[in-house]
Design a protein around this ligand. Sequence first.
Ligand SMILES: [Zn+2]
Length: 244
Amino acid sequence: MTTLALLPALSLLIPSLSRGLGIPAPTSKILSSTAPTDSQYYFSSHHYFSRNVTRTANTMGMRPNITILHAPSSQCPIQAVGGSLSCSNAAIYVGPESSLTKNNQRRQFILTHELSHIKHNDVLKIGLVSTLAYVVTAVAASFFLPVAGTVGVAFSVFLITLSTMSRHCEKRADLEAQRYCQLMETRQFCQALQELQNAYQQYRNNTMLPFTTRMWNKIRFDSKGNDRLDILHPSLSQRISYLA
Ligand SMILES: [Zn+2]
């Protein structure tokens, strides 16, 4: 889900953005500039999600209209955006292939996880509550603090609310996916998280990099390979632990 959680907050202020989020563009339009060849598509995550999204959603008791969109420049392999309170116009954005989506078992777990976000309309809820927390704090703080202090305090409250709610929703989506997935699918997903941790540990311990990069990697990744900057998800260690 990552930073897309911020967009609904903005969309409350900019109606046209809300429309852009709520009503995804047709798939063919998104695919037109980067459409994979037939053989690439057949083995891609996009193909897997397109074929399995309706069946998986029905298994989870959902009957939404979900569009699978190709987002080749996304930083994330997959993101879900629910566009309305009824979840009737939701989208799943599929980014570049990665180790997280390298086989169908991992894909199925991630698809179920993203559908859980849509089912509970997490993006909209997190955006609304975080924005509300910002506004209420800003109004209250403005009686006691100058403008810079008010913005600083309100933004801190916004980030804390965003992080707390997002981590809660991510954990719930993981556990709901575990409930609907087969054991091997959950195991494969945990293995993908472990691979990510190992990669982060390697970045952190790589002594061949320039000094400033090494220092930055030490700040960003802890010794277990968790990304300290990811305030929207439970740490990789926590996710592996509660899914084990
Ligand atoms: Zn998620």
